[in-house]
Every structure is written in structure tokens, then in C-alpha cells.
Design a protein around this ligand. Structure first.
Ligand SMILES: Cc1ncc(COP(=O)(O)O)c(C=O)c1O
Length: 460
């Protein structure tokens, strides 16, 4: 039975406080933040000392000029990891609270995963979707049994999963004789970079270079019920929403909002699509974040953590949502291949082990309490929020540093974090994170904040 969530469970922003005045001085902000793009020197044999203010030597200088300039280069080169800890190419260890952006749910190199995938690869690595394969059937059965959905379509990435779900929703609308084909998405939502997924992604700087994109897309404010009347009418075939917005900084939907979306889409006959690419697979403390709300979507898209580091996504759907789908309409060469499916089955079995999600919820409460303490003690933080182990702190508008500077300073303290939205920094530890590692990460984060408050930090 789903556990009820209070509006924005555990996510209520703490009231903004004034940031303390800080002196001058700069902390290096790392690549792509503050315009740092200078190639680093070749990595030395020894580890980089903490707190030097310089880019770690392990930044991969040779990427610059060779890789398409789509990521801020050079980047820190990671070489190996175990559990929550990862080492860079120069041998320096970090606590990894990025987890490959919520992919490494079981941490780095989880015992047994390589064996399970290798065993499958030794007998059947790939066979295309012209043929069935046993690992995909096994994963489908386990996913459907665990989530209560009726059917699944496998593909490779979050964007592909959203792309497929929205295509299926339009097929469903046609099959049901609905007039509408439009899709309603939400401000600050992120759904991926392929054409349809990008079309429903809010950030104009992601969308505009590629316009014209898909027609028939409209946006409304997230968590604002009053906005739904104007946005939802008979021309809408689907509504796509993240139960917890990830990229924009760990913002949980309110229960009222998801309830209203379910009620209104049902009344109109439109499909409700939950994008659980980031918040699903246990990250919220439940297998699906939707379980916190007791709301069932017609489609739910999972990816990221599902493949244990191999590309894998699942579009889960009810029987009714699959209406109109027919052979040849959509497909995917690699989707649900035996090797990725073996990885998916491994991850799902671990996440479903008795006590696993209860442990995630315990760790989440510890992290939530620790972050609330940081907000109380540091005026440069405006808020802490999130659900489960998808959390963020928001840098105050008047803080003497910005979010990229905080990411860089945390890295200098030995903690890897990732931005979320304009002013937030996300904490996404592996779901297997230990209580001691949460304490250590909070200490490193506080050291980084204190240093930035003292030095004045930098703004990009
Ligand atoms: C909620 C959400 N949906 C979709 C995507 C796109 O996933 P991918 O990068 O695997 O295409 C992401 C990626 O961050 C995401 O967070």
C-alpha cells in the first residue's frame, strides 16, 4: 500500500536567511563554471592536495579540441570506484554524491553485477528485437509484478523512454477517438534531449537552438493547481510530469497537484505520463516515487538506475494505455538486449530485497536532517528540499558565491555534487550509502560552504 506524502513531503523550503558578508578572494570554480577552460597539466603521480584552489590535475586536458564542445571541458577524469567512493585519474578519492546522475544506485562496481552481466554476455550478448530473449522476459515479469503495470517497452535512455511514451499516448488518443493530440508539460521540467522529449523540456536554452521542435506542446506551472484549468482541455492527449523534478533541483510535486492531474486527465480521457527516470527505482525511498502519492499514471518511464550503468529504459503502461499499438509502429535495436536486461534484473532484485528501501528511507531522513542543519547554520543557503535520496540545497540569492562555485568547493573538499536548476546543488548518493558516509559528506559540504562564505567565493 502506498504511503501518503504530505504536500512536498519533507521538502518544505526553509525560510531564506541573510547571507553573512564575506571578504574578497576566489575559489576556483572548475570547468564550465566561471569560464574556466584552460587545459590542465598532465596528471602527476601523486594525489592533488585538498583546498589548493586549483583544478585537480586529473582534468582530462586532451578532451579539449577533440570532443564536440557540448560539455564544459576539460572534465575531471574518474578512473575507478567502489561503493560510494570514487578515484580520479590522479588517485584522489572522493565521496560520490552524484552517482552518475542517479544511475549508480548500488554504488560503484557493486559486487555481483559484473559477474551477472559477463555470464549473460558469454552466452548471448545481443539478438535485436526480431527475437525474444530470456533476460528481457525475466526483467519484464519482475518489473510488472513489482509495479502493478501490465506491459512494458524497453529502450536505452530516459529521453528515448519519454519519446516512446509520448508517441504511445498519441496512438492511444487516436485509438480512443479523442480529438486532442497536444501534450501538457511543466515549467522547469526536464525530460531529455531527443526531439519529442526536448519539446516537453522547459529550459529554453536547451530547446531554442533546435527549433522548430514538436508542435502541440504547452507548459503550465508545476505544483500550481490554479494554472491547470487554462492548460488542460480537450485538445490535450497527454500530460507528462516528474513526480519529483530532478534537474531543476529536487522539487517534489505536492499530493494535491498529482491528484488533480490524475483526476483531470481521467475526466478528459488524456494519458498521464510519469517521468520517473531520475526519481524512480528506489531513489525516493519507494520503488516508484508515485507510491508516496498513491497516484497511478497510465505510463511510467524508468531509466538511469535501472540498467546498473548499462543503457536501459522501461516504459511501463497499463493495458488501456497500450491501446492502438501495433507491430512496426515503434521499435529499438538495442532495447531490452540480453546484457542490459541481465543488469536490470540484477539491480531490481537488489532494490527489492527486504529492508533495502527501508534503509534508503533511513539514510534519507539522516541526510534531510543534516541538510536542514546546514541551512540553519549558514545564511548563504536558502533552503534544503527533496524526497528520499534525491535532495538539494539552494544557494541564497544574496550569497557571496553561486551554485557552480559550491560544486567546485565541495569537490575540493573531496565530495562530488551536481547542480540542479539555477541556484541549487543536488545530492544523489548511491542508495547503498552508509550512515557514516552521510555524516562525512555533510562535513565536507559544510567545510566547502564555510570556506566560500569566508573567501567570498566566485560567481559565474
Ligand atoms: C527526469 C528525467 N527525464 C529524462 C531524462 C533524460 O534521460 P537520458 O539522459 O538518459 O536521455 C533525465 C536525465 O537526466 C531526467 O532526469
Amino acid at each position: 500500500m502506498a504511503e501518503a506524502v504530505r504536500a512536498g513531503a519533507g521538502a518544505g523550503p526553509v525560510a531564506p536567511q541573510a547571507a553573512p558578508k564575506a571578504g574578497a578572494g576566489a575559489v576556483a570554480t572548475g570547468p564550465g563554471v566561471g569560464g574556466v577552460a584552460k587545459p590542465a597539466a598532465a596528471p602527476p603521480a601523486t594525489a592533488t592536495p585538498v583546498g589548493t584552489g586549483a583544478l585537480p590535475a586529473a582534468f582530462a586536458a586532451e578532451e579539449v579540441g577533440r570532443f564536440a564542445p557540448l560539455y564544459p571541458l576539460p572534465r575531471l577524469e574518474l578512473a575507478s570506484g567502489r561503493g560510494t567512493r570514487v578515484r580520479d585519474a590522479a588517485g584522489r578519492e572522493y565521496l560520490d554524491f552524484v552517482s552518475g546522475i542517479a544511475v549508480n544506485a548500488l554504488g560503484h562496481a557493486p559486487p555481483g553485477l559484473a559477474r551477472a552481466v559477463a555470464a549473460q554476455m558469454r552466452v548471448l550478448t545481443h539478438c535485436s528485437n526480431l527475437f525474444a530473449n530470456r533476460p528481457a522476459i525475466g526483467l519484464a515479469n519482475a518489473l510488472l509484478e513489482a509495479t502493478g503495470y501490465d506491459r512494458v517497452f524497453f529502450c536505452n535512455s530516459g529521453a528515448e523512454g519519454i519519446e516512446a511514451a509520448l508517441k504511445f499516448a498519441r496512438v492511444r488518443a487516436r485509438a480512443r477517438g479523442l480529438a486532442g493530440r497536444d501534450v501538457l508539460a511543466f515549467r522547469d521540467g526536464f525530460h531529455g534531449r531527443t526531439a519529442f522529449a526536448l519539446s516537453v523540456t522547459w529550459n529554453p536554452s536547451y530547446r531554442e537552438p533546435f527549433e522548430p521542435l514538436m508542435p502541440g506542446i504547452r507548459f503550465a506551472d508545476y505544483n500550481r493547481l490554479e494554472a491547470l484549468d487554462a492548460a488542460l482541455d480537450g485538445s490535450v492527449a497527454a500530460v507528462v510530469v516528474e513526480p519529483v523534478q530532478g534537474e531543476s533541483g529536487a522539487i517534489p510535486a505536492t499530493r494535491e497537484f498529482l491528484d488533480a492531474l490524475r483526476a483531470r486527465t481521467t475526466a478528459l480521457g488524456a494519458a498521464l505520463v510519469f517521468d520517473e527516470v531520475q526519481c524512480g527505482m528506489g531513489r525516493s525511498g519507494r520503488l516508484l516515487a508515485a507510491e508516496h502519492y498513491g497516484v497511478r499514471a497510465d505510463f511510467t518511464v524508468l531509466s538511469k538506475a535501472l540498467g546498473g550503468g548499462l543503457p536501459l529504459a522501461a516504459v511501463l503502461m497499463t493495458e488501456g494505455a497500450s491501446a492502438g499499438l501495433a507491430p512496426g509502429q515503434h521499435g529499438c535495436t538495442f532495447g531490452g538486449g540480453p546484457a542490459a536486461a541481465a543488469a536490470g534484473a540484477f539491480v531490481l532484485a537488489r532494490v527489492r530485497r527486504p529492508g533495502f528501501l527501508a534503509r534508503v528511507r533511513r539514510r534519507a531522513r539522516e541526510l534531510e536532517a543534516g541538510l536542514a542543519g546546514l541551512v540553519e547554520r549558514h545564511g548563504s543557503l536558502a533552503a534544503a528540499r527533496g524526497l528520499g535520496l534525491l535532495r538539494a540545497v539552494e544557494v541564497a540569492a544574496d550569497a557571496p558565491y553561486d551554485a557552480p562555485a559550491l560544486v567546485a568547493a565541495a569537490r575540493e573538499s573531496g565530495l562530488l555534487l551536481v547542480r540542479g536548476g539555477e541556484r541549487a546543488v543536488r545530492l544523489l548518493p548511491p542508495l547503498t550509502v552508509g550512515a557514516d558516509e552521510i555524516v562525512e559528506a555533510l562535513e565536507k559540504l559544510e567545510a566547502a560552504i564555510a570556506r566560500l562564505e569566508l573567501t567570498g567565493g566566485t560567481r559565474s
